[in-house]
Ligand binder design. Sequence first.
Ligand code: CMX
Length: 444
Amino acid sequence: LEPLYERLREILPKHAQDVKEFREAHGGEAIGILTVDMAYGGMRGIKGMVSETSVLDADEGIRFQGHTLLELQETLPRGPGGQEPLPEGALWLLLTGELPTQKETTLLSKDLARRAELPHHVEQMLNNFPKELHPMAQLSAAVTALHSESKFAKAYATGDTPKSKYWELTLEDSLDLIAKLPVIAAMIYNNVFHNGRPIGKIDPEKDLGANFANMMGFTDEGFVDLLRLYLVIHADHEGGNVSAHTTHLVGSALSDPYLAYGAALNGLAGPLHGLANQEVLSWLTKIKARLGEKNGGNWQENLNKKSLSDEVWNTLNSGQVIPGYGHAVLRKTDPRYTCQREFALKHMPDSDDFKLVSMLYEVVPDILLKHGKAKNPWPNVDAHSGILLQHYGMTEMNFYTVLFGVSRAIGVLTSLVWSRSMGLPLERPKSMSTPGLKAFVAAA
Ligand code: CMX
């Protein structure tokens, strides 16, 4: 992988120098104000950290190193016979800020295939987990246990590793981890849902998405392409979301990438974050059951805007959120939703589930506006992903967040490499107590 390392040895120190000069010239300038509500309100709107790999615009959605997802669908190299971008290409772009060639992407695919093997103790651990343990808990435990492989931790422990080497060691661990995640995920899938079916061997000639799909027993080209798209669009969402922020925070203590990402996965497993894709599907399943209740299970016959509106209001009136809708930053339809909708229009326009999701898109935003709480009534990434996976036969909904977890590593670990190259310090914001805040406001 020397060409990638060579490129990064030029790009990252230059960027670190640029940041140093920028801080020397403008380090004291204000970039916002803080209010009492922000301190209580989950720090929404506080510009309090730097993340170089991607930036989220409230209206336009995410840009990876300046590129929108729709652009990347056009410009990133594709897999053999496929129409969707390769996650390896997104990884190269997030690391370097440059669009990779097909050759560079293939180089990365082969390198990742070479790094994919798991240590025996992690395989054993996965095989010993009870099937009832949620796949996300299995994933986070296995990633944490991979700490045994950390080149960063080993080098740090020697006591004579200069700080200038930290980013390379972080990158080594990150690439190892990104390569191993599909293997862990496939083992979890096969153990929990397919009686421990062996995952088979990684094919060094295939890309990450194809190998991942094959290890889980899926060979359909449509599914392989969907998985590539899925792994690209979930990869990064700037620095403040729970999984990215956790990786950054834990990594800032110089915990190695395995420990940092293990922690992030525990946040991704929450229903307000990555678990929402599972929640969406179980919500849709309940809706279908109710629509088909008096109709011998034929829910399609009762599918109309009125019946769906009633279901949405029932959910809201029982005090629950509508999963897959709303966002802490976005204020328009998530382009990650749109990418998946386009995929569905191309590959499954007649699917009943797609009709259900599309009709929800027509009714939910107006209802959320009337409900008057959510600041963003539009769908996010999780509103669509489940029914695409269902279409290709991946029906086990409590596995879905694991796919998110395989993907999210690409963005947040890349960001960790950038953070180490800039020498960003231990993260330690100031917290206040309510009496302290009251005293502060009274004295102001
Ligand atoms: N349905 C019902 N109410 C909602 C809502 C939804 N989809 N989205 C927000 N609200 C409510 C909030 O619960 C909050 O109510 P309270 O004041 O009673 O606490 C109010 O509207 C204001 O919330 P907000 O500022 O609009 O949203 P937040 O930034 O607090 O939360 C999010 C964002 C995503 C957690 C929230 O929209 C939500 O719970 N959505 C459903 C879960 C979901 O889809 N999560 C996936 C997010 C995508 C990702 O992780 O990438």
